[in-house]
Design a binder for this molecule. Sequence first.
Ligand code: GLA
Length: 368
Amino acid sequence: MTAPPTAFTVISPGRVNLIGEHTDYNDGFVLPMAIERGLRIAVRLRAGRRAVVSSDRGGPAAEIDLVGPHAAGRTDWGRYVEGVVAGYRRLGWDIPGFEAAITADLPAGGGLSSSAALEVGIATVLEALCGLGLPTAEKALLCQRAEHEFAGVPCGIMDQFAVAFGRAGHALLLDCRSREIRPVPLADEVAILVIDSGVKHALADGGYAARRRDCEAAARLLGIPALRDVSPAEWPAVEPMLSDPPRRRARHVVAENARVLDFAAAVEVGDWTRAGRLMDDSHASLRDDFEVSCRELDLICKVACTVAGVFGCRMTGGGFGGCAVALVDAARTTAIAADVRARCGEALGAEPTVFATAAAAGARVVAG
Ligand code: GLA
């Protein structure tokens, strides 16, 4: 092994999902992109075999023992770091002591994958420190496992893949069964707006796991490996075999998978009206059938769609709060963002944070 670099910086982006919600753990399709906001992690070597990780969000630094037993039952954000460290240690990696200072311009618990940004960011730090690298998909899977085991969230693969594989100017069409990725270029004519409802979600609270269980129950009843295996054409024959809530959860997943492929095709030919309508349909399905939206997100989507230059708007991420994403006319992004902010502000009683973002590169080392 070559000597580890003594100081460097890692950028790890958040992600926004354009379409394909709650489909990843059903072996389906998603279309996320890494965004320009995220975490910046300044790292330097430190004597001893501990990691000391601090955050500009305040609170005590998280300390991780790099050689002793893992701290069990940890509840602070350091559990994400601990989980990723545990993953690399399991592979036999010998991690030198380090200090890391994190600054973030991503809302935590805001549906933009702050936890995946932290996991994949730390994985990138460890790989640079050790002068080694896993294949990117394995790195993302190790981070997903950290989230399962150390944060108790049975998430799919979308967030960690989006953060790890992000590509400037492209959304990523990810087949969550084969794990094949097709980068979909986003034309300059459109821009992406993120609208933060300000409602914090906590996926570990149980709603996410309950939805996942409903989907698995539906697949079991149908005798198929995953809901991915039902096509929209087959749905009318399948629907009577299920009862609620699994029936409505499955209806969402079957339709949403088809919408992702339609959306990617619409983006590829620049049919923004169609792409926007698919986003609106996705939101309605998440609200009514999957029941993961909330009053604030519903209001934002309803109001944003009435603003000239907005093609479509939907909640993004796991739901129960967090952000909405809108596809808008890039020639008027600033005016549209101002309009969306003002009109949503009237409806909500407080102006939401709205920002435009391009698709960005995935987690990476940026400075020596
Ligand atoms: C969260 C999870 C993802 C995915 C989305 C919903 O972001 O981490 O794996 O399931 O919710 O699409």
